[in-house]
Design a protein around this ligand. Structure first.
Ligand code: FNR
Length: 385
């Protein structure tokens, strides 16, 4: 492992390495959020506000991190969140992160907008794999994609519902980020000033979007792939469509991007297998409430009727313990894993997950929590009750 990765103690350290190694436009595409980034900041702040009241005199000599996550046995309460366009930061990042997740025994969610296709990931990865669906206007294409995922062995489908349109990410607009990157003079200069990244990109070749290749046709003709997918997003997708998906998908179905307890109630009635509380890492509606706050309310309303996952702002292992205490089965990690991959490919992603697991193990010991089923025996401070 390279020395900088070995020295990295925290996700913040890995983010700092990724920031140094990536051109600014690529780093900001990953790191940034929508508009004034209020939700981006509040996601983190909400996890930081949660305070634990530890228990003492508990045998915590061997904390047990293992848990079930919506029917998938996992070594720890973490899932990798779906992320598109990761190859902008590190060629082959999808596979690098998926392998790191498998090595740690946690599920990996492959995005519709991954660069590496779902079949290639399934062939190369030995761990639990979930597939994420963006609902596109072409219903026949959606159906075929979902069938491909099932045929390739993805037993859990995650349908993302907080992206009827792309959020307004001003950093990307200012930086002229297009996907795939078009070589403007600015991007050429960024390549010259980040030779390691430029060399890897040249060797990796132009990133494709293998899952959606058939849909988008020839993307040399004017629009970028992202713009074409943007034009293809189905903003009319509603409850009846989701009910139809529930009826046709034989595996487990999770709905990602839920923030309102009324929606969570209705999803429970519709028969989904789990709810993924998320505001897309602050990349969609700026002004949306923080996910940890939404989780607390949704968990109160559902009172254990459905498994809950939460993401947006997880940067420390203790966040998984906090989420567990607030009522989630697990947390999903987006940028935390991707910062690792951008800092050093598979070794970097591996390091990111190892850091989070190590922090969680220690947090459980210090909170007097021997197993995750006991998590609620430690208290939350009065302000969170
Ligand atoms: C995302 N996210 C996302 N979500 C999704 O459902 N499909 C996708 O293709 C993507 N793509 C994507 C790309 C990048 C670069 C990022 C950072 C995020 C959102 C992701 O799944 C998750 O909800 C957030 O990343 C969680 O927030 P944190 O952990 O990054 O703070």
């Amino acid at each position: 492992m390279d020395a900088a990765l070995e020295r990295a103690l925290s996700i913040a350290d890995l983010r700092a390495i990724a920031r140094r190694r990536l051109p600014r436009s690529v780093f900001e595409f990953i790191d940034g959020g929508a508009e004034d980034e209020l939700t981006l900041a509040d996601n983190r702040a909400a996890f930081e506000r949660v305070r634990i009241v530890p228990r003492v005199l508990v045998d915590v000599s061997a904390p047990d991190l293992a848990t079930d996550i919506v029917g998938t046995p996992a070594a720890a309460p973490f899932v990798v969140a779906p992320m598109g366009s990761c190859a902008l930061g590190w060629p082959g990042a999808d596979l690098a992160i998926a392998k790191a997740a498998a090595a740690h025994g946690i599920p990996y969610t492959l995005s519709t907008m991954s660069n590496t296709g779902l079949e290639r990931i399934a062939d190369a990865v030995q761990g639990p794999l979930w597939f994420q669906l963006y609902v596109l206007r072409d219903r026949a294409f959606n159906a075929a994609l979902v069938q491909r995922a099932w045929a390739a062995g993805y037993g859990t489908l995650v349908v993302t519902v907080d992206l009827p349109a792309g959020g307004k990410r001003e950093r990307d607009l200012r930086n002229g980020v297009s996907i795939p990157l078009r070589m403007t003079p600015r991007h050429l200069w960024e390549g010259i000033t980040h030779p390691g990244w430029a060399w890897r990109m040249a060797r990796g070749g132009r990133p494709e979007f293998e899952n959606v290749r058939g849909l988008l046709g020839d993307h040399s003709a004017g629009l970028t792939i992202a713009a074409k997918v943007g034009q293809n997003l189905d903003a009319s997708y509603g409850w009846d469509d989701l009910a139809a998906l529930r009826n046709s998908w034989p595996g487990r179905l999770l709905v990602k991007g839920v923030e309102h307890a009324d929606d969570a109630e209705r999803l429970a009635a519709l028969g989904v297998d789990g709810i993924w509380v998320s505001n897309h890492g602050g990349r969609q509606l700026d002004g949306a409430q923080a996910s940890a706050d939404a989780l607390a309310e949704i968990a109160r309303r559902l009172a254990g009727r459905l498994p809950l996952l939460v993401d947006s702002g997880v940067r420390r292992g203790v966040d998984a313990l906090k989420a567990r205490m607030l009522g989630a089965q697990a947390v999903a990690i987006g940028r935390a894993a991707l910062f690792g991959a951008c800092a050093g490919g598979e070794a970097g992603a591996h390091r990111a997950i190892a850091i989070l697991l190590g922090e969680l193990r220690l947090a459980m010991q210090l909170a007097g929590v021997a197993t995750l089923t006991d998590a609620r025996r430690a208290g939350l401070s009065a302000t969170q009750m």
